[in-house]
Design a protein around this ligand. Structure first.
Ligand SMILES: Nc1ncnc2c1ncn2[C@@H]1O[C@H](COP(=O)(O)OP(=O)(O)O)[C@@H](O)[C@H]1O
Ligand SMILES: [Mg+2]
Length: 271
């Protein structure tokens, strides 16, 4: 697919576009409107975060983008073309590790490449490259049950990246990890992004995580989820645990906290 030049697009090409997306589950009295008129845009190599209260439709949104769920209205365009169903062009990483327990780390990472019919020597070296990228060299022959939660999630990330997706879709991937491991994984992901320029859409309910990782943060309203605000995050230096105490970090964090506090306060008033 032809990429738009910088001049044509005032910067990087638009990779993913979500237009007026809506989702209603069920019918009649039983129906639940999960999303209403969601609009967002992600450019090539951008790291975009979506933060929102629990139940606001984040998973529904990313599942629609991933093609696992069908929208009720609106559309999702990848490189200008409407998506239809799931595809290897969108790599998904979930909170659950979804590794094959009977396969080694190496074989788990090779899995997608094997499905694509990539010959053994090529997929072995590609898998090694991504295993190294996530810091798991030496663990090629380990089975998932021998790994910690953080390590399993490293394997899941390596496996998804090995397929070289156009965009990485991550739904609270570090949500099940303890606080220390979570920060280690956030730094790892920031590093991977710097090295690979992967385009990433990352969903979280954790404000620190959103500001730490994002070039841009979309803040969602409570259900029916829609985009309440979009904030640019420009922090000095490389993103790391040190970023968490920068004045600019805290300023943006406070802004998002206030918005989400208002959302939950409004929700409480409704009850
Ligand atoms: N398959 C489904 N059937 C009916 N309702 C659903 C289904 N999936 C999600 N919902 C509802 O849609 C809303 C948004 O859910 P979800 O996208 O999981 O939110 P989040 O990921 O932000 O916590 C919730 O009220 C949830 O109960
Ligand atoms: Mg969710």
């Amino acid at each position: 697919m032809k990429k738009l030049t910088e001049e044509e697009n005032g910067g990087r090409a638009v990779r993913l576009q979500v237009r007026d997306l809506g989702k209603v589950f069920g019918e009649g009295d039983q129906s639940v409107t999960a999303l209403r008129d969601v609009n967002l845009e992600i450019r090539e190599s951008e790291f975009v975060m979506i933060v929102g209260p629990s139940g606001c439709g984040k998973t529904t949104l990313i599942n629609i983008i991933g093609g696992l769920e069908k929208q009720t209205s609106g559309e999702v365009l990848l490189d200008g073309k409407p998506i239809s169903g799931a595809g290897a062009d969108r790599g998904m990483v979930f909170q659950g590790y979804s590794l094959f327990p009977w396969l080694t780390v190496q074989k788990n990472v090779e899995f997608g490449l094997k499905m694509k019919g990539i010959p053994a020597p090529h997929r072995e070296s590609a898998a090694k490259k991504y295993i190294r990228l996530v810091g798991l060299d030496g663990f090629e022959n380990a089975l998932p049950k021998q790994l910690s939660g953080g390590m399993k999630q490293r394997v899941a990330i390596a496996r998804t990246l090995a397929n070289e997706p156009e965009i990485l879709l991550m739904d609270e991937p570090f949500g099940a990890l303890d606080a220390q491991t979570r920060v280690v994984m956030q730094e790892l992901l920031a590093n991977i992004r710097r090295k690979t320029n992967t385009t990433i859409l990352f969903i979280t309910h954790d404000i620190d995580e959103a500001v730490l990782l994002g070039d841009r943060v979309y803040v969602m309203s409570r259900r029916p989820g829609s985009v309440r605000a979009v904030l640019d995050v420009e922090l000095p230096g490389e993103r790391s645990h040190n970023s968490l105490v920068l004045p600019e970090f805290l300023r943006i964090k406070k802004q998002i906290m206030d918005m989400l506090w208002q959302e939950s306060n409004d929700a409480a008033m409704d009850r």
